[in-house]
Design a binder for this molecule. Sequence first.
Ligand code: DC
Length: 212
Amino acid sequence: MIIAVDGPVAAGKGTLARRLAAALDYGYLDTGSIYRAVAARILAGGGDPEDHDLAAQTAENLQPGDLERDDLRREAVGQAASKVAANQAVREALLAFQRRFAVQPPGGKTGAVLDGRDIGTVVCPDAHVKLFLTASMEARARRRHKELLERGEESIYARVLQDLRERDARDSGRETAPLKAAEDALRLDTSEMDADQVFAAAIAEITKRQRP
Ligand code: DC
């Protein structure tokens, strides 16, 4: 069983995907962290995330340990990840790893939940269940702002809103695998929903798809 969870920044993908994986005892892959790992390595080396060849090389040489870096959740890394993710050579280099995880999740699990931008459209177009989460720009900015403050990071709401706008535009406007809902995805607008409601809606969809 493969479950794809796609959507823009701070729509609640990570929270839902982690919860589904725990409830169903499936493997979980946060595919954004792979793009973040490429970006973090480039920034740490003083490189430019928009340097095409450097980004491609970094993606090709990515090590499992890079996914454990403690700077992956930083806002600067998220912005750089969105730049790196527009590079087709980077996306190709990271595709096989994601597909392998989906088909053969580690630990012999019987299913996998992947969250990202292009899981239902490109990485796993045959996923059994596809969920596409959205929320208004303001709802997402509020959530991200709160999350940053809770993590002890400095955050200015207006700046968070601006960063979201830029990342949305880049992630949706790029030529390769842009952020968009698969035609057969269930769309959930989470602006007015809490995590429990989103989880319940996802479980209802999974149950429906499991019926013969
Ligand atoms: O979900 P996130 O914020 O951790 O993702 C960081 C960036 O990586 C995001 O701006 C776009 C890119 N990304 C992508 O292009 N495709 C994915 N499947 C996941 C993330």
